[in-house]
Structure formats: C-alpha cells, structure tokens
Design a protein around this ligand. Structure first.
Ligand SMILES: [Zn+2]
Length: 244
C-alpha cells in the first residue's frame, strides 16, 4: 500500500498534535475516512498555510507508509467556504455535518455520494451566510441526516407499516422495526405525526437545497426517528442536529 495518494478531501476534524503538527480526519470520495498527520503545519512559515482547518475542501497529496496515519505532503484549496466561517451558526452547522459523516462513515469503505452530499451541504451553508442560516439549519440538517441514512442503506420504511405492511393508521415510528408503524403495531414505538411523516418522505425525495419546512414539534419527531434508526441499526449516537 505504500506510496503517494492524491485525492479530494474535506477536513472533518483537525487536532493539534505535539509542538507544531496536526492530526486530521479527512473524508475522501474513494477512500472513505482517512487519518493523516500534517507535520510542522502550525509553524508560521508552513507551506500549508491555513488550509488544513476544518471544513476546507482540498486537493490533497498524502504519503502512505506503514503506519495508520498517512502524511500530508501537499494541499490545494478547492473551496474554503469562507462565508460560513463568518457566522457562529454556520460554523456550528458545518461542524455537526462533518461530525455526522465522520461517525456514520468511519471506515475506508468508499461512498462517493456521501462525499458529494457533504460538499453540497457545506456549499448551502456557505451560500446562506449570516442570518439566513438560522432558518435553514434545523430542517436542512435533518434532510442531510436522512440522506446520510439512505447512503448508509438505513433509510427508514415510510410507505407502509414496517412491521405488518399496513398502509393505514400509521401513527408511530419504531427504530427496531426500521420505520413507521400502524396503530396495531405501535407497541415500543413513539408517536410520529402526519407532518413529521411527510417531512421525512419529502426530504428523501427532494434535493438537499429544497428541504421542506415543518413546525418545531414535527422536526423534533423527525430527529427522534433518525436517532432511533441510527442507534438500532448502526449503534451510532449523534450530537443533536442543531444547537437550538
Ligand atoms: Zn402494523
């Protein structure tokens, strides 16, 4: 495996290491999540400048040796998403998006659509900028998570009861059953109203930029359904989708 690897990547996390180094979690289209070390990057005259900060989309060159971490040998910026960095809510939303990807797709298994979904979400947050972000954050973050579930093969069943197949009286959601459940099968489920149900169906069917709107109480149910699915089927527990 030793050798050079050139790839696009998004910096999911960047941690100080030693006197001048950084350890990076990168998400790549064809190598999934990659751990890398950038040596000397915190020195004033580092050739990497500030490019190895969280959320940067890069062309990156890595050297792959025997160790677990690859070594960064070069990096060019594709997009710094500068506007989302000017707003604390934009930064927070970007950080939650990167955290969700890093936890749900933590192996080297390639998922190119996840890479593109993440870049798209970062662009949307960047375009929204400033105050507009607040209105977008929660529905957008939940749409993003639903699309991650789909990419992970964990999309909840929404068209019929996940237990008995009935298409009527769908009143609850069960993480264990893997979707909506009817009134006869609701034991062990929690209530999922019509608005939350439509939000999930619409969000999965639409582009990320067209996240549906919903009331906070419906969004809370959607978030709970996503969490229950992840906990049951991926044993992953994510931070809340927004700070709000
Ligand atoms: Zn049923």
């Amino acid at each position: 495996m030793a050798g050079a690897l050139r790839t696009e990547a998004v910096v999911l996390r960047s941690m100080r290491y030693g006197e001048a180094d950084r350890i990076l979690h990168l998400y790549t289209p064809h190598r999934g999540r990659v751990g890398a070390i950038a040596k000397g990057v915190r020195r004033a005259r580092s050739r990497f400048g500030g490019r190895l900060e969280p959320f940067f989309r890069l062309h990156i060159e890595l050297h792959e040796g025997r160790g677990e971490l690859l070594t960064v040998t070069g990096a060019q910026t594709i997009d710094a998403y500068g506007r989302l960095r000017e707003d604390a809510r934009g930064l927070d939303a970007a950080s939650r998006a990167c955290d969700a990807v890093g936890r749900l797709f933590e192996t080297s298994e390639p998922h190119p659509p996840v890479f593109h979904l993440l870049c798209h979400q970062l662009s949307l947050l960047d375009c929204a900028g400033g105050g507009a972000v607040a209105a977008l954050v929660w529905p957008g973050a939940l749409s993003f998570r639903l699309k991650l579930l789909l990419a992970a093969g964990l999309a909840p069943q929404l068209g019929a009861c996940a237990n008995c197949g009935s298409q009527e009286h769908l009143v609850g959601f069960s993480g264990a059953a893997g979707g909506v459940v009817c009134s006869a099968c609701e034991a062990g489920s929690f209530p999922l109203g019509e608005e939350a149900h439509s939000f999930m169906t619409d969000a999965l069917g639409r582009a990320l930029a067209e996240a549906p709107e919903a009331t906070p109480s419906a969004l809370r149910q959607v978030e709970r359904a996503i969490s229950a699915t992840l906990e049951h089927h991926a044993h992953v527990r994510l931070a809340p989708a927004t700070a709000a």
